[in-house]
Design a protein around this ligand. Sequence first.
Ligand code: DC
Length: 224
Amino acid sequence: MSTPGKSDVPVIAVDGPGGSGKGTITTRLAEYLGWHFLDSGALYRLAALAVMKKQVPLDDEAALGEVAANLDIRFETHGGAVKALLEGEDVTERLRFEDTGVVASKIAAIPAVRAALSERQRRFRQPPGLVADGRDMGTVIFPDAGLKIFLTASAEIRAERRYKQLKEKGESVNLTRLFREIKARDLRDQSRSVAPLRPAEDAVIIDSTGLSIDEVFDKVVSLI
Ligand code: DC
């Protein structure tokens, strides 16, 4: 029996800044289609946690690349919920902490780190299809994706959404600080020399600022 070549497996690439609603939309879309799901940000966050655990200096590019290349990570599904394990330890919650996101964004600017994680991301492309969530899914990792969406929203609304999420989790947060951090992270993600955050030329841009999750989801489904 022949196995279809990787390029025969359809991909929907959804890119955009943090807080644009990508995570909610892509998980829902993968469920709706019965396709696999890649949360590429989680890979960068896992690499960040490994870097923090090993206390690798953030300016030691070679060592950071090594850590990313030798990541011991696993995703486990328990009754619909996905757990992330780093060296066997459940880090699902720590993955979402603000400081993890900041370190992830810093190491994501390093070419050796991106190169080490590229192949891992492409391995998620399995039949019947893949919904990929990230910053460079449509531009670098899956340039042949059949549908590319760039989901965005104003920094103010993204900061508010993030504020609510963190509050619900019981983290103590300050809205003004979050807004500043989001702007700084956007700037870092957009201005790095490798795989900067930007829409692919053939991406459909959706601004979710005034839209509910259901409205965004319906728009995306209408594009498939
Ligand atoms: O989507 P997220 O907030 O979990 O991503 C964390 C960081 O990882 C983000 O600031 C930039 C980086 N990232 C990236 O550079 N490329 C991706 N495809 C996904 C995430």
